[in-house]
Design a protein around this ligand. Structure first.
Ligand code: NAG
Ligand code: NAG
Ligand code: NAG
Ligand code: NAG
Ligand code: NAG
Ligand code: NAG
Ligand code: NAG
Ligand code: NAG
Ligand code: NAG
Ligand code: NAG
Length: 521
């Protein structure tokens, strides 16, 4: 409760000033597709047919009514799917726009998800809880069912306000930016953002939207499909933190978009994590450490990139990697390295779905259980929220301490994180790292709540005779002040505790004999 009050007061300090990149750096985001997060009370929880690609009944109101589940996992922000009016008409080849991305008139709200008052109430309730609201917006394109669209009911009514139709040549950046996404049955007409009238209309639109609903940040759909030069004045009009979708592995291209807006979704890291951690998978841990290095060298500010493992456009983690420890390790990396962690609704419930529309299933069928992944999330957020608020951890840069084909040890602030891709089966293998900590310094793994010895030359070592669990080592003072691993009333201990075991060095064996005994038991 104490930290809730503090969070609220921070929001009040910046109340008329919209939330900035600095304020977002320490946040942690839960991503929601409005239609799929929660049902009104009494609704049939078995009625949602994912294959049918139609509305299942979630609204802004049902998100508001179910925020405890998100806040209890420690999140300090939510990202909701687009709120603008969508195509209304006969079902298309790809069903109905339950996802919210098929914009018609951006200046109107999507009444499928509630009223203007409902959206304001959601925003107010988030702020009351000390949480931020991030809204997904689509400016690159609108939606149509034909390449010869009558735009008279759209925000941009004149055909000259759109680029002429052409299919995208994915090897040509100009084409990627000016030609049309979608296909000929559901084309997404490309708004001509180079037209000054279009740009200024968008500027006043976003300014009004942000102010009207007291929005704290934007997630910008298809940012890569618009010239980077469009975004600075757009985001300035918005006056809040902007995080763009630039779905690409190319570091030069992706990092150039962080010159145009505060942040982008960390697709380079995402693709590397898939290479490094999926089981089965190539297990290319060196890709992860290489890409982390490239990100540090090329991006303006890696600490505000949006780290994720899932979203509505990529396969659910569980569909590419079934071993639960691969999820745990990959999640730990997205939370404990540079960047703002984003968790896509359902990831914490091991929901599967190999792609659109199967990666957008309803959450209510899971029963909102306190799964090990949910509990891990709560623990990670609790540590992170503590570090963000009480130390310079969020501003510090991730350092790779050690990398092998099976593991990665990183340090950010005074926290050492060791992750592995070996999965659940026990293996006769270990991972070590040299930390700057002095010999016999007392550190603690917050995931198993066990004390951890630091050996000569600052070495820490993990062995995996009980399977490949992640390890997060913090000094005693952080453990104590953060409230983690407290026996009484602590909700977050021992969720993934069957893991690493201390391998002891002779000089410190005596000191840590007690710990060793504990660990052997
Ligand atoms: C779900 O929707 C698909 C596609 O519209 C349809 O073929 C299928 O019969 C539906 N399933 C149920 C259980 O209604
Ligand atoms: C577009 O639709 C509007 C309203 O239905 C109609 O008045 C107008 O004539 C149409 N324009 C064209 C070019 O078909
Ligand atoms: C790239 O795409 C643009 C837009 O369609 C086109 O005008 C241009 O000729 C293309 N360039 C190349 C090299 O194909
Ligand atoms: C990466 O993007 C940059 C900037 O758009 C481009 O010049 C370069 O050719 C791209 N590299 C690759 C390998 O596609
Ligand atoms: C692993 O990643 C590195 C760095 O990105 C790359 O050079 C290498 O080709 C990859 N190896 C495999 C087997 O994919
Ligand atoms: C910051 O530290 C204080 C004192 O230890 C603690 O009461 C507070 O909860 C911490 N903040 C967070 C967000 O954990
Ligand atoms: C584990 O590996 C080490 C070194 O490769 C070997 O000496 C030891 O016997 C192995 N232990 C088991 C239980 O296989
Ligand atoms: C001590 O640690 C450093 C890295 O901090 C490492 O390069 C060096 O090899 C270590 N020395 C010994 C003797 O383990
Ligand atoms: C998760 O934590 C809750 C306490 O908050 C506990 O009741 C539950 O058993 C835990 N779940 C698992 C799977 O450990
Ligand atoms: C979010 C939060 O808890 N903020 C508090 C962090 O700690 C400082 C003092 O160090 C308080 O001023 C903040 O309110």
């Amino acid at each position: 409760m104490f930290h809730l009050i503090l969070l609220v007061s921070i929001k009040f300090i910046g109340f008329t000033l919209a939330a900035t990149a600095d304020q977002w750096r320490g946040r942690s985001i839960y991503q929601v597709i409005t239609d799929r997060y929660a049902l009104p009370e009494g609704a049939d929880t078995n009625a949602c047919n994912v294959t049918a690609q139609t509305w299942c009944g979630g609204t802004w109101r049902t998100i508001q009514d179910n925020l405890d589940y998100i806040q209890n996992a420690g999140f300090t922000a939510i990202w909701i799917s687009p709120v603008s009016q969508n195509y209304e008409g006969p079902r298309t080849t790809y069903g109905d726009p339950y996802h919210g991305y098929w914009i018609a008139d951006a200046s109107q709200l999507n009444t499928r998800f509630g009223t203007s008052d409902d959206l304001k109430a959601l925003s107010a309730e988030l702020h009351r809880r000390g949480m931020y609201l991030m809204v997904d917006i689509v400016a690159n394109n609108v939606m149509s069912t034909s390449i010869t669209t009558n735009f008279s009911t759209y925000m941009f009514k004149d055909p000259s306000q759109y680029h002429p139709y052409c299919p995208i040549d994915w090897n040509n950046l100009t084409s990627i930016q000016n030609c049309w996404l979608g296909d000929t049955s559901v084309p997404l007409p490309d708004v001509n953002t180079q037209d000054p009238t279009v740009a200024s209309t968008y500027g006043s639109w976003i300014q009004n939207l942000v102010q009207e609903y007291d929005i704290d940040g934007l997630r910008i759909d298809g940012a890569k499909h618009v010239q980077a030069s469009f975004w600075p004045s757009f985001c300035e009009s918005a006056g809040v933190f902007c995080m763009g979708e630039v779905m690409d592995t190319n570091i030069t291209l992706t990092s150039s978009y962080q010159q145009a807006m505060d942040s982008i979704l960390n697709y380079p890291l995402y693709y590397a994590i898939v290479q490094g951690f999926t089981i089965p998978g190539p297990g290319n841990m060196s890709d992860v450490s290489t890409v982390m290095g490239q990100i540090q060298n090329s991006f303006k500010d890696p600490t505000i990139l949006g780290n994720f493992l899932e979203n509505q456009d990529v396969p659910r983690w569980h569909s590419v990697s079934v071993d639960p420890q691969s999820l745990m390790n990959a999640m730990v990396l997205t939370f404990m390295s540079d960047g703002i962690p984003i968790l896509y609704y359902g990831q914490e419930q091991y929901v599967d779905g190999s792609g659109d529309p199967y990666n957008r299933g309803p959450l209510w069928t899971t029963g909102y259980q306190k799964t090990p992944a949910y509990n891990l999330t709560a623990t990670l957020n609790k540590l992170r929220n503590y570090l963000v608020n009480n130390t310079t951890w969020a501003q510090s840069r991730t350092q790779v301490l050690h990398m092998t084909s099976q593991g990665l040890a990183i340090m950010k602030g005074n926290v050492v994180t060791i992750v592995t891709n070996i999965g659940s089966p026990p293996q006769n293998t270990s991972m070590y790292a040299y930390t700057p900590w002095p010999n016999s310094f007392s550190s603690n793994d917050i995931l198993s709540c066990k004390q951890w010895a630091v050996g000569s030359n600052g070495s820490v070592e993990v062995e995996y005779s009980k399977g490949g669990t992640p390890i997060i080592l913090v000094p005693d003072d952080i453990l104590e002040a953060s409230g983690l691993c407290r026996v009484a009333g602590d909700s977050s201990t021992s969720d993934v505790s069957n893991g690493g075991r201390l391998r002891i060095n002779v000089p410190i064996a005596v000191t840590f004999l007690g710990v060793l005994l504990l660990l052997i038991m």
